[in-house]
Design a protein around this ligand. Structure first.
Ligand SMILES: [Zn+2]
Length: 335
């Protein structure tokens, strides 16, 4: 059975599922204020200044915040209209997890929403993560999964996204160890946010499996910003899932930190499918920015059912195989 914000559902009722999104998010505490901020840094995101954040997504602080209930509802309705049935919302508390709002959204849209638990990367951590023991952190995740989040009876259905930095910090290791313990114990899957430009997947897998987690319950996220086929293959050979979760993010940022384009992602996706790895790949948008919502000119949660699907099938991935990435694969990861 799968735990959603409205209770348990059968895994066969997940249907078309985006494996990693954020419906509400507040990443503003992770954005460094520039030393000499441009005059638009504290403006609201609009169509007129959208170009600033297409180069660097954090050039306007407001881009890091999604918190409007009515807008979120409309975005979920677009997803549903194009065939989407379930969204895994991987937002940890420190960046805006809101179980009551998610429950209301699920009731009002009919989209299944699955919530995560655990902690994001070091920069976002609440102070208590520093002093908490591994067993206290595990208790917290266990409670979210078995009893309910905060003082609600809304339970988490997945662990994560657990955050890690370019060098995995001691506090992040504690959280990973706790996630491994609770993952092994409850059988829940775990999403791990990896630094976009380093190759920490192996260290993460070691920590989680050392605690008894099976590789097939682990997903290494964000492998599609800097495309490194050999790294991704080596991860897949460990038996874990890897996630192409940046569809819709084609930012330049800088010469050394550019994001791959969606079409380049599709080419790597096809190569890996042709090599036989198709059953261990998840595909989603990891929406975390205002400009990714349709309201602000973005592709929305339905991107994976619209342009990405079109590009995939135009470039040699048959429709059935593509659809299995956002149905069967997520189901197998979660069950
Ligand atoms: Zn995420």
């Amino acid at each position: 059975m799968i735990t959603t914000v409205l209770g348990e559902i059968d895994e066969k009722d997940l249907g078309v599922t985006s494996s990693h999104e954020h419906i509400f998010i507040d990443m503003r505490n992770c954005v460094d204020e520039p030393i000499d901020p441009p005059e638009f840094f504290y403006d609201k995101v609009t169509a007129a200044n959208r170009i600033e954040v297409l180069v660097d997504p954090y050039a306007i602080l407001d881009n890091a915040l999604l918190d409007n209930f009515d807008d979120a509802k409309e975005e979920l309705m677009y997803f549903k209209k194009h065939g989407g049935q379930t969204i895994i919302d991987c937002t940890p508390d420190e960046i805006g997890r809101d179980p009551l709002a998610m429950k209301k959204l699920s009731e009002q849209t009919g989209v299944n929403i699955i919530l995560g638990c655990g902690h994001y990367y070091h920069k976002a951590h609440f102070d208590y993560v520093k002093t908490a023991s591994v067993s206290q952190l595990a208790d917290e995740m266990r409670k979210d999964i078995l009893v309910g989040i905060g003082d609600t009876d809304i339970k988490a259905g997945i662990i994560g996204e657990i955050g890690t930095s370019a060098t995995i910090t001691d506090d992040e290791k504690k959280v990973l160890n706790a996630a491994g313990i609770v993952g092994a114990e409850t059988g829940k899957a775990v999403h791990v946010h990896t630094d976009l430009y380093t190759e920490n997947g192996f260290e993460i897998i070691d920590i989680l499996t050392k605690n008894g987690m099976k590789p097939e319950k682990i997903c290494i996220d964000h492998i599609d910003v800097l495309l490194r086929p050999d790294y991704v293959r080596a991860l897949l050979q460990k038996g874990v899932y890897v996630e192409f979760d940046n569809f819709g993010k084609e930012f330049y940022v800088s010469k050394t930190n550019r994001f791959a384009y969606d079409l380049e992602r599709i080419h790597l996706l096809k190569t890996l499918i042709d090599e036989g790895y198709g059953e261990k790949i998840l595909v989603c948008n990891d929406i975390c920015l205002k400009t990714m919502w349709k309201k602000y000119g973005g592709a929305g949660y339905s991107h994976i059912l619209r342009a990405v699907k079109y590009m995939a099938t135009e470039n040699g991935i048959d429709e059935k195989t593509y659809m299995s990435l956002i149905t069967e694969n997520v189901k197998n990861f979660m069950k």
